[in-house]
Design a protein around this ligand. Structure first.
Ligand code: THU
Length: 161
């Protein structure tokens, strides 16, 4: 007889960016500004990420595309890898991600891809604390997840090795 393993997963949905607490709002604004610097000539989908470190530093990332498509990298990993490369003792408190299509003024839903979730999980494991993830949601909503367990349950980790 199989047993059921049931998880209770939830996130917070805010009606607009104005409703976010100040630090989260500021970080999402930084991510939105970062979309201006995306290099996305193939998808025309400009993604911006901003992370806040325990030292209060904000590090931004944008998607970096390539004519050889798989050589490109998502905004979230660009930010995390830049931060990790410059500071091996990195402690990430929160990460905000947003997106905007070329020629459009409004921001659109940006749920981190699976590969970026796996990388966030690795950094959580490394720093031994969760990363709050702030995402541009549907219809102007902003979603806030209290750590990668919400977005990537039953994941592969060093415990599997
Ligand atoms: N992209 C990101 O930067 N982050 C994600 O989480 C999803 C997708 C980028 C990759 C590619 O440059 C473009 O969005 C379209 O997939």
């Amino acid at each position: 007889m199989a047993k059921t393993i049931q998880l209770n997963i939830s996130l917070q949905a805010y009606g607009s960016i104005e409703e976010l607490p100040a630090a989260e709002r500021h970080l999402l604004e930084e991510a939105r500004r970062a979309t201006e610097k995306a290099y996305a000539p193939y998808s025309n989908f400009y993604v911006g990420a901003a992370l806040l470190t325990a030292d209060g530093e904000i590090i931004r990332g944008t998607n970096q595309e390539n004519a050889a498509y798989p050589s490109g990298l998502c905004a979230e990993r660009t930010a995390l890898f830049a931060a990790g490369a410059n500071n091996p003792d990195l402690q990430v408190k929160m990460l905000a991600v947003t997106a905007r299509r070329k020629g459009e003024a409004h921001y659109t839903a940006a749920n981190p891809c699976g590969a970026c979730r796996q990388v966030m999980a690795e950094y959580e494991d490394k720093q031994k604390s969760p990363i709050r993830i702030i995402m541009e949601g549907q219809n102007g909503e902003i979603w806030v997840a209290e750590g990668i367990n919400v977005l990537l349950p039953f994941r592969f980790s060093k415990e599997n090795l």
